[in-house]
Design a protein around this ligand. Structure first.
Ligand SMILES: Cc1cc2nc3c(=O)[nH]c(=O)nc-3n(C[C@H](O)[C@H](O)[C@H](O)COP(=O)(O)OP(=O)(O)OC[C@H]3O[C@@H](n4cnc5c(N)ncnc54)[C@H](O)[C@@H]3O)c2cc1C
Length: 528
């Protein structure tokens, strides 16, 4: 028997929880999370939330910085609503009990990050995301209308193929439960809040849940997907054989950190007037170029001139993590490399989170609202999750109230003749191969030839994965593998189409920006 709700939310990060909190005032909400309730990108966010709160700051300045980073592709309306609705969203979080850093007088302490012309980053030391997640989860726990389903992996969206009035409408999702069963979760409104897809690349700052499931599910359901070529690589991930994906925040450069080569020489001044505070894509490409030129395995982020007391107070989490890997940042520069970090593209959605599929909303990192354009400005994404979570909840509540059908007659999941796999090695092998080929051929700097190579290999891998998927019983590993393969396909497809370099998409074949032909999004939909 299907489980029925008013709102089915896939994902419990900042976007999903912001939606759930508001939607719970209008009906029953199910929140599905793939692993524990708090395991998500949000939990790992360090730097903070960008918002106009300082007396000397203005909306126009934040809007301008966002548009500049977005390299001509931001949708101005999405930027306007995010920036203008930001301060209220941040204040609301503070009112819920978020422990943001404050000055002696009680006003919020605002940090500065790359690409921002003012201090406007609200933070909780260097564990802002953890604090945001804590506060939102605790507020959700006070709401009796919200039910959490942890360790529950949505596999595919359920679409109405029967009724004459709502054909094509998304009715919910099939999901794999902790007991290994596949249940049907139905809602008047279904929300993708599944976050990013860093695991598509070999090196990433993202946790294991970030396999692009929402984008892949929406693509398979026929929703338009846009701008997947714009994958942001964070320039500074801790380089250590045992550090899986530890990010060294942008805020370190904001506070005066210097990027150096092994020789001690600084190099960012050769790449950008803002030096180490240049936008992320510039810094990531500069490091990539220097690593290729010198043959070194990492560059170094030097904080030693700032003193131990300051570092321990301002960056306690990073200080401790480095220490755990035997790097004492007070006396030695931190070895760093770039890693896949943020998906600027995603499921095309409007200012209320509506997608191209009726009944389906997308919010947070999974969505492409037009806020980020060709490159995201640091700390704009937690903000986007807050603002769009609330906006989608308002629109979704209206839709649910306005007679969105309560779905019925949905077929249960059909496992067909699928049996237990006796070849799990196929999954682990393809997982490694796919992520490595994305790193090598579709990484920070691309060429047409590399993209073609990637496409050929991906076509084979996707075929093999499809076959495996239908033959064997569904497991989370297989679901994730199928999804990273679909997302990889979308990145390659978008990157191949864009014949210019802009923002995060850099190809040696077309090194210049071409506003005449390419001042537009790259939109891909599955052929029917
Ligand atoms: C290390 C790091 C540092 C960052 N620092 C900052 C920062 O300082 N400021 C900033 O603005 N941004 C930062 N970001 C980016 C920001 O954290 C994310 O973009 C944002 O948190 C995304 O929120 P979200 O709600 O969209 O997704 P997430 O927080 O990633 O949540 C996704 C949710 O979806 C669930 N999910 C996924 N697939 C499925 C499925 N198939 N079925 C069920 N559930 C599923 C997951 O379990 C999870 O609950 C950082 C990111 C990282 C990784």
């Amino acid at each position: 028997m299907p489980l029925r709700f008013d709102f089915v939310v896939l994902g419990g990060g900042v976007a999903g929880l912001s939606f759930a909190l508001k939607a719970a005032e209008h009906g029953q909400v199910a929140v599905l999370t793939k692993r524990s309730r708090d395991e998500c990108n949000t939990h790992y966010a360090q730097g903070g939330i960008a918002s106009v709160l300082a007396a000397d700051d203005t909306f126009e300045s934040h809007i301008e910085d966002t548009l500049t980073a977005g390299a001509g592709l931001c949708h101005r309306d999405a930027v306007e609503v995010t920036v203008r609705e930001g301060p209220a969203a941040v204040r609301e979080l503070a009112a819920l009990g978020a422990d943001f850093a404050r000055r002696r007088g009680g006003e919020l302490e605002l940090g500065r990050e790359g690409g921002h012309s003012k201090r406007r980053i609200v933070h909780s030391g260097d564990i802002t995301g953890r604090e945001v997640e804590r506060v939102l989860l605790s507020a959700c726990d006070d709401q009796k209308n919200i039910t959490f389903f942890p360790d529950t992996t949505a596999i595919d969206l359920v679409r109405d193929r029967q009724s004459s009035h709502g054909q094509g409408r998304v009715l919910g999702a099939y999901a794999l439960t902790p007991a290994g069963k596949i249940e049907t979760y139905l809602g008047r409104v279904t929300v993708l809040a599944t976050g990013g897809a860093g695991k598509v690349y070999l090196y990433t700052t993202n946790p294991d849940v970030a396999t692009g499931d929402g984008v892949a599910m929406a693509y398979r359901a026929g929703a338009p997907i846009a701008n997947m070529e714009f994958y942001q690589f964070h320039p500074t991930c801790l380089y250590h054989p045992e550090a899986k994906s530890f990010l060294v925040s942008e805020a370190l450069r904001g506070e005066g950190g210097k990027l150096r080569l092994r020789s001690g020489e600084t190099f960012m001044e050769r790449y950008h007037a803002l030096g180490a505070l240049a936008p992320r894509d510039v810094v990531a490409r500069a490091i990539d170029a220097e690593l290729k030129r010198t043959g070194d395995e990492s560059v170094f982020l030097d904080m030693t001139h700032l003193g131990r007391t300051f570092l321990m107070e301002r960056f306690p989490n990073i200080y401790a993590a480095c220490k755990a890997f035997n790097v004492d940042m007070a006396v030695q520069p931190i070895p760093v490399v770039p890693a896949a970090h943020y998906m600027c593209g995603g499921v095309v959605s409007d200012l209320d989170g509506r997608t191209g599929c009726p009944g389906l909303y997308a919010i947070g990192e999974v969505a492409c609202t037009g806020l980020h354009g060709a490159n995201r400005l640091a700390s704009n994404s937690l903000l986007e999750g807050l603002v769009f979570g609330a906006r989608a909840a308002r629109a979704g509540a209206e839709e649910a109230k306005g007679g969105a059908p309560s779905p019925g007659g949905v077929p249960d999941w059909d496992a067909g003749a699928a049996g237990d796999s006796d070849e799990s090695v196929v999954v682990s092998h393809n997982w490694d191969e796919l992520r490595r080929l994305m790193w090598n051929y579709v990484g920070i700097v691309r060429t047409g030839k590399r993209l073609m190579r990637a496409r050929r290999r991906l076509d084979l891998l996707r075929e093999e994965i499809r076959e495996y998927y239908w033959r064997f019983k569904v497991t989370r590993d297989v679901v994730e593998l199928r999804n990273i393969a679909d997302v990889a396909h979308l990145v390659v497809e978008c990157a191949t189409r864009r014949k210019e370099s802009r923002g995060l998409h850099c190809t040696l074949d077309y090194p210049e920006r071409d506003d005449h032909n390419w001042l537009r999004d790259t939109v891909v939909s599955r052929e029917p």
